[in-house]
Structure formats: structure tokens, C-alpha cells
Design a protein around this ligand. Structure first.
Ligand code: HEM
Length: 403
């Protein structure tokens, strides 16, 4: 039997094929696998949790935002050099997932999360935020102007770009570009890009940082928070750029894959529950558990390490497959029950780098699904053709529905 993810990534599979491969993965005889990308994959719940937490000696977060192809490929790709020189020199500072200076990281985090963090939604503001998100849903829907067929993939990307653009305080005229820039950063992390495609991604990434620099200098909201924290300017710019890039394909990919599952089930029981405001949140949480738009994250073993489970990892880069860990029945014996008990799903990471956009993303996904259900309760999936690209980190689905 071949290793289930040796030659295919979750992004290329429909939900049913992914379910099957995750099941086989947890039957694999070894606890790790050296993938052809050079990343060592791990998937057991306890191992993924320890490695993401990164407090064990020898586990580093320093490579978490490194491009999959490595910096030397970028430096030697003709089309990537001009945008790199124009926008990305000096290279972006480390500010979030890859920052190893704990004191500085805490100062960045304090602007984003915690009781007073910019991405935190206080209980008293929840209804207003939900209303703003449903307005984003309808604005994105109006722009698409669907005929008999609605491209939910495009809709979910436009929606997530608006929600994220607004959350970080980017001017509305830049929101449509957020999706393009974010796709560049996401693609560089998990895809093997070459030639012109790599050049275009570096150009878009460059724009992400250039616009972030302008916003940090003059913007309100999150930009002001970053300025008031008196962070080094380059760190504030990276915090802005990384937050902008982080929200779009994570949220939209979850919606796409989740919807494929909801509309394919013979009884469509979870889809029907979206009509009930008290249940819609539980459906969104379950979909983030099963079908997150981000499936894995990088770490590095700086030396040979032995995890508490006994799993040993040699020095080198690690890919922690947290979406696979979410399918570990040792942690989630009741996986397919909507309200099944179990450990904390690892969708948003854990520990000091845990996703500060967690609450925002959860609400955004629930609002989108609820609005779509209210708009088109009898939606049917329209079969799409074409294969999605290999991507080790991000995962989505091409979804069109009847209107
Ligand atoms: C379904 C949606 C999302 C998923 C699955 C997700 C997942 C994650 C994960 C796994 C991490 C941990 C990285 C690490 O441990 O190194 C993370 C970090 C982060 N996320 Fe999210 N995220 C989502 C949405 C968002 C949104 C909407 C935002 C902001 C608007 C955001 C901003 C960030 C930032 C800034 C970090 C870095 C935090 C740090 O290193 O301290 N994320 N996210």
C-alpha cells in the first residue's frame, strides 16, 4: 500500500476521497513520513499538538512562513527578481508565526488577541459584526450576479477578502486585491511554483507588503493599534501583511469544502440545520474540524527529537498535518457526531501562536453558510470538471450550485 499522501494533496481530492485517505493514514505503520518535498509529515493528534505548541526543546517555528521552493529558487528565477528588488528589500521582518523572539512576539500578539485584541469580538459587538458580515455576503453576491448557476468558490473568496480586508482596516477599494495577494502568499507556502508563476506570486506578495506599509503608516483600526504598540516599523508591516494573507483562503476553503460535504450527504441533515440559528454555529464548528481550508503547518526540528508519545524525528523541516490529526479517533472517538465530544481540534493551532483570527473566522463561516442556506435552501451541487492544483498547506474545492 502506498502512503496515502505521497503523490496527492488534500486540495486535489473531493471530501469523500479525503475522508478515505485520512482513514488510511491513521492505519499507516509508522508515525512519520518523509515526503518528496523534503518535509517530514506527522499526523497523530498528540504528536501534531506537541510540535505545533513548539515548547519542546529542539522544535522551532522559524521556518513556518518559508516558501516551499526555498529562497534560493526565488533568487534564481528571472521573473521573480524584479518584483523582489522593487518591493521586498530589505526582506520582510518576522512578526507572527515565524517570530522566535518571545518578548517581541508577545507585543505583536497583544495588538491582535486577548480581551482587548483587535481581532477579538466582544460579546456586546457580536450582533453588529454578524450584520456587517451578512452585508459583505450580499455585496459579494450582487457583484457576481448569478444566473442559473452560482460559483460558490468565487463568492466565498470575494466574501472572505471583504471580511478580512475590513478586519485589518484596509481601505475598501483595496479589498478585491486582497484575494490575489493572499493567494500569492498562500501559494508560496504550499505549492511548488516555477518560472512565470513564481514571478507573479512574488510580485503579488510584494504588493501585499507595499500596501501594508502604506496602511500601517496612515490607516486607522488595526494599523493604529500597531503604531500605538510602538513596534519596529518593519515588524508592524509584516503583522499587517500576514494577517491580511491569513484570512482569505483559510475561510473560503473551509466554506467550499464544507459545502461540498453538506450538499452531498444523502439526507442533507447538517445543511437543513443551518435554518436554525442555534445549530448553524455547531455546523460551522464541525466543518472547521473536518474540512479546514488550511490543513497543515510547518515547523522544524533543530536536532533529533523524541516526542512524549515516543515518536522520534530527525533534524529537518516538519509538516504537521493538523487536519489529519483532527481525524485521529484516539482523540475524537465520536468524530461523525455533530456534538461529539473529544479533544480540542487543532484547526487553529495551539499555544503561543494559536490563530488570533479564530473567533472572527468561525463567525464568518457560520454567517456565510446561514446566508447561503436562507437564500437558496434547495441548492444542488453542479458537477465541475478540472483538477485542482497540488498544495501541501491550503485546501479548497471548485463548487457551483443551482440557484
Ligand atoms: C478557517 C480560518 C483560519 C484557519 C484554519 C487559521 C489557522 C491558523 C493556524 C493553524 C495558525 C497557527 C500558526 C502557527 O502556529 O505558527 C494561525 C495563525 C495565525 N492566524 Fe489564522 N487561521 C484562520 C483565519 C484567520 C483569520 C481570519 C485571521 C486574521 C484576520 C488570521 C490571522 C492569523 C495570524 C496573524 C496568525 C499568526 C499568529 C502568531 O503567530 O502569533 N487567521 N492561523
Amino acid at each position: 500500500m502506498d502512503f496515502p499522501f505521497a503523490g496527492v494533496t488534500p486540495n486535489e481530492l473531493s471530501f469523500a476521497a479525503r475522508d478515505e485517505r485520512y482513514r488510511r493514514l491513521h492505519e499507516w505503520g509508522e508515525p512519520s513520513y518523509l515526503h518528496p518535498s523534503g518535509l517530514r509529515m506527522i499526523w497523530k493528534y498528540d504528536d501534531v499538538r506537541t510540535v505545533l505548541e513548539a515548547v519542546l526543546r529542539g522544535v522551532s517555528t522559524a521556518n513556518s512562513l518559508d516558501p516551499l521552493v526555498g529562497y534560493s529558487r526565488i533568487a534564481t528565477t528571472a521573473s521573480a527578481i524584479p518584483p523582489f528588488l522593487r518591493h521586498l528589500l530589505p526582506p520582510p521582518a518576522k512578526a507572527t508565526a515565524n517570530l522566535t523572539d518571545l518578548g517581541l512576539h508577545k507585543r505583536v500578539r497583544d495588538t491582535m488577541s486577548g480581551a482587548d485584541g483587535h481581532f477579538t469580538i466582544p460579546a456586546g459587538q457580536r450582533h453588529a459584526r454578524e450584520a456587517a458580515m451578512s452585508a459583505h455576503f450580499h455585496a459579494a453576491l450582487d457583484e457576481l450576479d448569478p444566473g442559473a448557476e452560482l460559483d460558490v468558490t468565487a463568492l466565498s473568496i470575494a466574501y472572505a477578502a471583504r471580511v478580512t480586508g475590513e478586519a485589518v482596516g484596509l481601505p475598501p477599494q483595496s479589498w478585491p486585491n486582497v484575494a490575489i495577494w493572499s493567494s500569492a502568499q498562500s501559494g508560496l507556502l504550499g505549492r511548488r511554483m516555477h518560472g512565470r508563476e513564481l514571478g507573479a506570486a512574488v510580485d503579488a506578495l510584494g504588493w501585499l507588503f507595499t500596501i501594508s506599509a502604506r496602511t500601517v503608516a496612515h490607516g486607522s483600526g488595526f494599523a493604529r493599534r500597531l503604531r500605538e504598540a510602538e513596534l519596529p516599523r518593519r515588524v508592524a508591516i509584516s503583522a499587517m501583511a500576514n494577517s491580511l494573507a491569513a484570512g482569505v483562503h483559510t475561510v473560503s476553503g473551509t466554506i467550499q469544502q464544507g459545502l461540498q460535504r453538506l450538499l452531498s450527504a444523502p439526507d442533507r441533515a447538517w445543511w437543513s440545520l443551518l435554518a436554525d440559528p442555534h445549530q448553524a454555529g455547531s455546523v460551522a464548528i464541525k466543518l472547521m474540524h473536518l474540512d479546514p481550508g488550511l490543513v497543515a503547518w510547518k515547523r522544524r526540528a533543530d536536532e533529533a527529537i523524541t516526542l512524549p508519545s515516543g515518536t522520534t524525528l530527525p533534524p529537518g523541516p516538519i509538516l504537521a498535518l493538523f487536519a489529519a490529526a483532527n481525524r485521529d479517533t484516539a482523540a475524537f472517538p465520536d468524530l461523525w457526531n455533530l456534538h461529539g465530544k473529544g479533544k480540542l481540534p487543532l484547526t487553529f493551532g495551539i499555544g503561543r501562536h494559536v490563530c488570533p483570527g479564530k473567533q472572527l473566522a468561525t463567525l464568518a463561516i457560520a454567517v456565510f453558510l446561514r446566508e447561503l442556506h436562507a437564500q437558496i435552501p434547495h441548492a444542488e451541487l453542479i458537477p465541475t470538471i478540472g483538477r485542482r492544483r497540488p498544495d501541501l498547506l491550503f485546501s479548497g474545492a471548485d463548487i457551483a450550485i443551482t440557484t
